[in-house]
Design a protein. Sequence first.
Lengths: 122, 177
Amino acid sequence: MKSIEELNALRDKMQASMNLRHEDPNSIRVVVGMATCGIAAGARPVLAAIVDEVGRRGLDNVKITQTGCIGVCRLEPIVEVFEPGKEKVTYVKMTADKAKRIVAEHLVNRSVVMEYTIGAAE
Amino acid sequence: MKELSLHLLDIAQNSVSAGARKIEIAVRESAEKDRTVLTVTDDGKGMSAEFLSRVADPFTTTRTTRKVGMGIPLFKLAAELTGGTFSIESTPGKGTTVTAVFVPSHIDMPPLGDVTGSMITLIQGSPQLDFVYRHKTDRGEFTLDTRELRRILGDVPLNEPEVLHWIRDFINENEQN
């Protein structure tokens, strides 16, 4: 069973890797809608999938944040991706599996998954 | 909302919006008394008596994108459907406590669901805030306090994926005991 002391080892490991990090001007911001509408539609597992996948792939240049109601509740769960110098991409009706694909194709390979975007859904 | 844990996440997001520094989420399950009591307590800005009196109305909301707010009405309804009760105590400038009492033997009792997932979501979204999670059953009690984790982690943020992963495993493994 995990004890809280184990965190000491994780901290040492993380501190070593964090010292190598620097603010990446090309960092991508991913925003997940986490208001009542998003939560009820399944935003929690979507966020968890993005966090897990970003962690697993060691994508240090991705910042994951949450926001309230984006305003199109019927299309929740919604994920927005902000890449510097590019237009915001809004993904709608997300699931954990779709979110993993966005990590692989958009966050890693920088190629928008058109079929999941709000433009394709409307 | 299919799970009680999703209500807890939703209500705790209100605490975050209310500028809370510390948010306590408690789940108290008693098979003997046939009651599950869920509370969310914060030290946020609180509500005036006037706002509190209409806060369970779906047409009361603080959101600016729509004129409806379903979080509190849905939570209240879920509790009352099981024969339980719902109450909110709030003091402007001091904070708010939301309490929902459920009757688990009732046919309309939703599953508790992934409370760990809700805690992880909250910590991910607001790693700078203090979260306390208490889960009490007839077999014992488990407590997670992010202040304790932060003391060990130092300048490593709580919302690093690896840290969140560790916290998830830590809650899940310890809760089984």
